[in-house]
Design a protein around this ligand. Sequence first.
Ligand code: NAI
Length: 246
Amino acid sequence: MLLASKTAIITGAARGIGKQIALAFAREGANIAFTDLELNEAAQATRDEIAALGVKVQFYASNAADFDEAHKVVEQVAADFGSVDILVNNAGITRDTLLMRMTEQQWDQVIQVNLKSAFNFTHAVTPVMMRQRSGSIISLSSVVGINGNAGQANYAASKAGIIALTKSVAKELGSRGVRANAIAPGFILTDMTKALPEETLKQFVTLIPMRRGGEPEEVAKVALFLASDLSSYVSGQVIQVNGAMA
Ligand code: NAI
C-alpha cells in the first residue's frame, strides 16, 4: 500500500476530481479527511464509499475560501487523526465570461475560492508538516493557468497563481522535508465541464490530440504519485494531465 496509515486532507471532495483522489488514496491505505461546502447527498455518498474501503474517513463542512474555517478544519483533523501527511487543494469554481463583461464579484469569488483557499489550507498545514519534517502538498491548477483562455481571465489567473504559490512553497519548505506540486488538468469530464454548452464540449474535444476528455480517475492517479514516496524527489513541479492538449 502506497499510503498506509497516512492522513490526507482533500478540499471540495464531495464529487468530481476531489472525490476520485480521495478514493484513490483510500485504496492505498490512507485515512481521509475531506471537506466541502455542506454535507449533501454527494458528500454522504463519498463518505460511505471511502468508509467501505476500510479506512478512517471524516467529513468537515467548510468554506475553503475562509481563512479561519480552513485553520479550524486543519486543527480538528490533526486532533482527530493525529497527523496531516498530505494536503490536496482541490476546491474550485468557475464564473466564466469575457473580461469586458466580468463583474468585480465574479473576479473576487473565483480568486477567493480557487487561490485563497489554497493559501488558507497550505498556511494551516505548514506548522504541522514542518514539525513532522514531512508532507506532500498537491494543488489543482489547470491547463488554462499555463496558457490563458478567452472567457476565463479570473479562473486562469487563479490557476496561474496556484503554480506560483506551489513553486514558492516548495522552495520555502523543501529543507523541512515538505514537497509541493501542482497538477494542471486539461479537459476532465466532471460536473464543472458538463455545465458547458454541448457545442463547446464538442469543440474542446477536437483540440485534444487524444480526442477525448479525461476521466477524474486519470487525474487521481497522478495525485497518488505525488502524494506517495514514488515522487520522493519531485517538488515545485507542475504535471499536466491533458491528453497532449496544448
Ligand atoms: P466540481 O465542480 O465537480 O467539484 C468541485 C467541488 O468543490 C464541489 O464538490 C464543490 O461543492 C466544491 N467547492 C466549491 N467551492 C468550495 C468552497 N468554497 N469550499 C469547499 N468546497 C468547495 O469540479 P472538478 O471538475 O472536480 O474540479 C476539481 C478541481 O480541479 C478544481 O480546482 C478545478 O478548477 C480543477 N480543474 C478541473 C478541470 C476539469 O476539466 N474538470 C480542469 C482543470 C482543473
